[in-house]
Design a protein around this ligand. Structure first.
Ligand SMILES: [Zn+2]
Length: 225
């Protein structure tokens, strides 16, 4: 009786495991495609299999185009020689836009942040992408970031303001402080993003640090309308 029960539990467990770890592939090609998709962030093997099967149902030309686009992206993408963001050309379309204000530089962590700020349509200056933030836990120090080229820009160009637009994490704050110390003796204004209660937030749900900062950095009502 006990052995039978053990068999049932053990058998069910085995079945569950084999369902979770898809390993009975009927094709090596299928399996290696699933392996590649499963390397992507947030994609488990089940989702990888679903995506691969979806591709198999598409027209050959569409799948070829999909593959070529990824290969082209990897082989041809560039980093702007001026601001370091991802670009198709040596100088990106933001840096080469003559209507932008070259005296204000917004310092961000990565190209995704450039897109986020651009999406606000509120900023008409230029960017500088650091390529990361200082994070001793991950072994990333100032020398791993594009700080020297920023210094060169400040020395050689007509920069009047540096906006530090980094994450509001400990690593972001550490990087902000490092940059502030490095550039404070140059004749430029160093600003950082306003931090406070988010639009649409109810005060009772705001954490103490955010609410505290909002009180300290309060603004004139007139400037908020
Ligand atoms: Zn650029």
């Amino acid at each position: 009786m006990l052995i039978a029960l053990f068999d049932i539990i053990f058998g069910a467990n085995k079945l569950l495991k084999s369902k979770m770890n898809i390993h009975n592939f009927t094709s090596k090609l299928l399996e290696s495609a699933v392996d590649e998709f499963a390397k992507l962030p947030g994609i488990g093997r089940k989702t990888a299999l679903r995506l691969v099967l979806h591709l198999l149902n598409q027209e050959k030309e569409d799948v070829n185009h999909f593959g070529e686009t990824i290969i082209k992206l990897r082989n041809e993408i560039k980093h702007c020689k001026s601001c370091n963001t991802i670009s198709d050309t040596d100088i990106c379309n933001i840096c080469s836009d003559l209507s932008r204000d070259t005296s204000v530089i917004c310092v961000v962590e990565n190209a995704r942040d450039v897109m986020s700020v651009e999406n606000t349509h509120q900023f008409k200056g230029l960017y500088h992408v650091l390529g990361g933030i200082i994070s001793p836990m991950d072994g990333i120090g100032p020398n791993d970031l594009k700080i020297d080229s920023l210094l060169q820009k400040i020395k050689e160009e007509n920069v009047k303001e540096l906006i530090l637009a980094l994450s509001t994490t400990m690593e972001g704050d550490t990087t902000n402080f490092y940059l502030y110390k490095k550039f404070k003796n140059y004749k430029i204004k160093i600003t950082t993003l306003a931090r406070g209660v988010a639009i649409g937030d109810e005060l009772e749900y705001a954490d103490e640090i955010t609410l505290g900062r909002s009180i300290v950095n309060r603004t004139l009502f007139e400037s908020s309308i």
